[in-house]
Design a protein around this ligand. Structure first.
Ligand code: DC
Length: 233
């Protein structure tokens, strides 16, 4: 990937809207994997907005600034050079894809992504990237705030236990020895933070269709979205 309004039918599809699929939902529900696969099937590009907030958090951490220091934050945001290519996240040309998954960044991204000014800057970048459509974009506020005119909006959910179980297995597959209770507690912490913040809290767009993936596998979710998009294209 390179970074260089409509009649609402209230069923997750809008007529003559931007050809863009918005996938929102809580942490650990499989949005990124789903969005990547949907994009590959359609020959569209994929934008991971969570990775952008994580990159901003890493930049804040590296600069050693406090969010309360608004001047320093403003300077940092003015020079924030983000890019995504082939599923990798870059900060000023450096591949930070692994660094943004660290526990420090996962903790810091909660306050950073709740900052209204950070959101303003990143939402502006996201809108410029997706302006011409043919993108699958995942996040928390894509259907509600970033691309309210997206032709297809999906709100992906799964029970906290199902999400924690998936995350637990992923960590095990990476050779780690996770504690299930800690994984679940971290997900619940992020759910609460994402849904209760003032700036663009996580919520389903009125015209998004909710898909509970607790009892579906990845292929079923991807097929469902692709078929739904084809049926309404
Ligand atoms: O999807 P993720 O876990 O990589 O997202 C990282 C953080 O960024 C998460 O705390 C929620 C936040 N986020 C957001 O506020 N808005 C988005 N559009 C995407 C992510």
């Amino acid at each position: 990937m390179e970074w260089r309004g409509a009649a609402i039918q209230n069923d997750g599809m809008t007529a003559s809207a931007l050809p863009l699929i918005a996938i929102d939902g809580p942490s650990g529900v499989g949005k990124s994997t789903t969005a990547k696969r949907v994009a590959a099937r359609l020959g569209w590009q994929y934008l991971d907005t969570g990775a952008m907030y994580r990159a901003a958090a890493l930049a804040v951490r590296r600069a050693g600034i406090e969010l309360s220091d608004r001047e320093a934050l403003e300077r940092l945001l003015a020079g924030l050079d983000l890019a995504q290519d082939q599923g990798r996240m870059f900060l000023a040309g450096e591949d930070i894809s692994e660094a943004i998954r660290s526990q420090e960044v996962t903790l810091l991204v909660t306050p950073v992504s709740a900052d209204a000014r950070v959101r303003e800057v990143l939402v502006d970048q996201q809108r410029r990237i997706g302006a011409r459509g043919r993108w699958v974009v995942d996040g928390r506020d894509i259907g509600t705030v970033v691309f309210p005119g997206a032709c297809c909006k999906v709100f992906l959910t799964a029970s906290p236990e199902a999400r924690a179980q998936r995350r637990f297995l992923e960590l095990q597959a990476k050779g780690q020895s996770p504690d299930f209770a800690a994984v679940l507690a971290d997900l619940l912490r992020r759910d609460t933070a994402d849904s209760t913040r003032t700036a663009s809290p996580l919520c389903k767009a009125d015209d998004a269709v909710e898909l509970d993936s607790s009892i579906l596998n990845l292929d079923q979710v991807v097929d469902w979205i692709v078929q739904r998009h084809a049926a309404h294209a």
